[in-house]
Design a protein around this ligand. Structure first.
Ligand SMILES: [Ca+2]
Ligand SMILES: [Ca+2]
Ligand SMILES: [Ca+2]
Ligand SMILES: [Ca+2]
Length: 265
């Protein structure tokens, strides 16, 4: 039997929906009494549910995702080929083994959790969890700037959004501070109530409180930058030469410490 720790219910959830949720002490007591072998695996955030209890991520746990239980395949997310996920059909009045009976999803999805993991000069990474398979749409802009948007591609209950088209802060002014909204869109095109982009949590900043999504300021760089992607084009038109050049500047962080100096001989 495989289990997955669901922090929303603070318990381990089994791949068999007939099994009740269990606390960690259930497994340690089983192992200490010699009644079971327990192997725990740590995985990146957002990947545990698929690895542990729902192999094909169709929102139907493995032991219920069978021919005998629901006429479905645990390794195929859409067993009847009608484009609707097996679990979503069962939860929304469809039939996952009959392509002519599909989901009728009338319940808007909910965003359960949204966290900004990090922000660099040009990129912000945001993790989002939803209560049903969705895609996430982010709309964002800096003060007075154009509205930009990003939408995840694969419906899921766990999402990673990379906002990789941010403008870096430079020279102290202007600070590029982004704000905007996140909206979940479910398989029936129902939408969640839009919520604000999450600020950076305080523990990542060490400045005493959550901060808005503000890209890095190049004047903050200590000593080390890396210059790359140098390129230039040259054109000669009517005796006038025009040269366009570009480069990329990154901050170098986490470099190994300086090598110790050799002792005097
Ligand atoms: Ca499944
Ligand atoms: Ca399936
Ligand atoms: Ca169906
Ligand atoms: Ca829904």
């Amino acid at each position: 039997m495989r289990w997955w720790f669901d922090r929303r219910v603070n318990a381990f959830v089994a791949e068999d929906p007939a099994q009740p949720n269990q606390p960690l002490s259930f497994f340690t007591s089983q192992a200490s009494a010699g009644r079971a072998s327990v192997t725990a695996v740590g995985l990146p955030v957002g990947t545990g549910e698929g690895f542990g209890i729902d192999f094909d991520r169709d929102d139907l746990k493995n032991k219920a995702d069978t021919v005998a239980a629901n006429g479905t395949n645990p390794d195929v997310a859409d067993s009847d080929g009608d484009t609707w996920l097996d679990g979503h059909e069962l939860n929304n009045g469809g039939n996952p083994s009959n392509p002519s009976v599909i989901s009728n999803d009338t319940r808007p999805p909910r965003v359960l959790r949204a966290v900004t993991q990090f922000v660099t000069g040009r990129v912000a990474r945001i993790n989002v969890e939803t209560n049903e398979p969705c895609v996430i749409q982010a709309s964002y802009s800096f003060g007075g700037g154009p509205i930009q948007s990003k939408t995840t591609e694969v419906p899921s209950k766990t999402h990673t959004l990379l906002l990789n088209d941010l403008l870096p802060s430079s020279g102290g002014a202007p600070w590029m501070t982004y704000s905007g909204t996140l909206t979940a869109i479910d398989l029936g095109s129902q939408t969640s109530t839009p919520q604000s982009l999450p600020n950076m949590p305080a523990f990542n900043q060490g400045l005493g409180g959550p901060l808005p999504i503000t890209t890095r300021n190049f004047t903050d760089l200590q000593t080390t930058v890396v210059v790359g992607n140098l390129s230039a084009t040259s054109t000669l038109v009517g005796g006038v030469r025009t040269i366009n050049a570009s480069l990329r500047v990154d901050q170098k962080v986490g470099a190994p410490p300086a090598a110790p100096s050799a002792p005097n001989c």
